[in-house]
Write a protein that binds this ligand. Structure first.
Ligand code: NAD
Ligand code: UDP
Length: 318
């Protein structure tokens, strides 16, 4: 099988590349390195079944060899990235989705769209089931990401209905792990870097807003299972264990053995107050549930951040 993964040099994309290689697939990653880095896939470059194409998927791409699976993961994903790159985010969610659906149609390939819990916006239903339509501010600053992903879902369903394409939609909730960018601005990289450097940990608002954090290997397992079903409606994948952001900051500080103070900064506009996936659908359909406890996932990720920071300090000294 040959699998095309857009955003393959990103955090989640690079783990997917590894997983599909392990499964014996040929993997073609497509990435323009907007928010990802060649470092994430450096260890795969010599692999005989791996290839990377440097390309902006908001522009059409012709693939001359037969493709069996298309996974569309290209998009800025961290709020600070998409606030800085609003037009690129809208384009890759809309035009990029159209282009990747076109590739899947040309090859009659299976298709999987990386959607997000952000389609629920600042949710009025809690926890969020796939049947909830969401509460999104279309003209707010986060709208560029949320609406692009909502459009992407509509486009994917249209290709399924009109062209009978074998499409899948995964609504990913906050995921973390090795290869997150140290400076991507999300809560976990910020808290870990701040804690490891004994700098103030920046909690936005009063920290009572909640999130539910899923470790990368659990997410990848769910994605692979979903791709090989004949189910076309969206499926939530995430860890239903919910925690307040203040508790999360305290947990990371303790794990790092850090003396960082916690400081409070203004809450960004339209920041969702709560977020927790209802994963009944994934349990029933895929027999899936997360199995890496947060303490374990955080420990592994902290080790990664420690190594990265040490390397950065070394290169600054030399
Ligand atoms: P990431 O920024 O690490 O990876 C995204 C990758 O896409 C990067 O390598 C980037 O260079 C690439 N990219 C961006 N625009 C592109 C374009 N126009 N053409 C080609 N490549 C492009 O982010 P991530 O956390 O790995 O997220 C991957 C996907 O998963 C995104 O679609 C995101 O919306 C979705 N998602 C992630 C999370 C999460 O918690 N990490 C949650 C929900 C949804
Ligand atoms: N957050 C925070 N401090 C930071 C970064 C983020 O308190 O340094 C908060 C942010 O306001 C949000 C939560 O942590 O309420 C999760 O933010 P993140 O950017 O990780 O992802 P989101 O779930 O908002 O997409």
């Amino acid at each position: 099988m040959r699998t095309l993964i857009t955003g393959g040099a990103g955090f989640i994309g690079s783990h997917l590349c590894e997983r599909f290689l392990e499964m014996g697939h040929e993997v073609i990653a497509v990435d323009n390195f907007l928010t990802g880095t060649p470092e994430n896939i450096a260890h795969l470059l010599g692999h005989p079944r791996f290839k990377i194409i440097g390309h902006d998927i908001s522009y059409p791409l012709k693939i001359p060899v037969k493709i069996d699976n298309v996974l569309h993961f290209a998009s800025p994903a961290s709020p600070s990235d998409y606030l800085e790159l609003p037009i690129q985010t809208l384009k890759v969610g809309s035009l990029g989705t159209h282009n990747t659906l076109g590739i899947a149609k040309a090859h009659n390939a299976r298709y999987l769209l990386a959607s997000t819990s952000e389609v629920y916006g600042d949710p009025l239903e809690h926890p969020q089931k796939e049947t909830y339509w969401g509460n999104v501010n279309p003209i707010g600053v986060r709208g560029v990401y949320d609406e692009a992903k909502r459009f992407a879902e509509s486009m994917t369903m249209a290709y399924h209905r009109v062209h009978n394409l074998n499409t899948h939609i995964v609504r990913i909730f906050n995921t973390y792990g090795e290869r997150m960018r140290l400076n991507d601005g999300r809560a976990l990289p910020n808290f870990m870097c701040q804690a490891l450097r004994n700098q103030p940990i920046t909690v936005y608002g009063d920290g009572s807003q909640t999130r539910s954090f899923c470790y990368i290997s659990d997410l990848v397992e769910g994605i692979v299972r979903l791709l090989f079903t004949d189910f076309h409606e969206p499926v939530n994948l995430g860890n239903p264990e919910e925690i307040s952001i203040l508790q999360f900051a305290e947990e990371i500080r303790q794990l790092a053995g850090s003396s960082s103070p916690i400081v409070f900064q203004p809450l960004p506009q339209d920041d969702p107050r709560v977020r927790r996936p209802d994963i009944t659908r994934a349990r029933q359909l895929l027999g899936w549930q997360p199995c890496v406890p947060r303490q374990e996932g955080l420990k592994r990720t902290l080790e990664y951040f420690k190594r990265k920071l040490a390397l950065m300090d070394q290169s600054q000294q030399s």
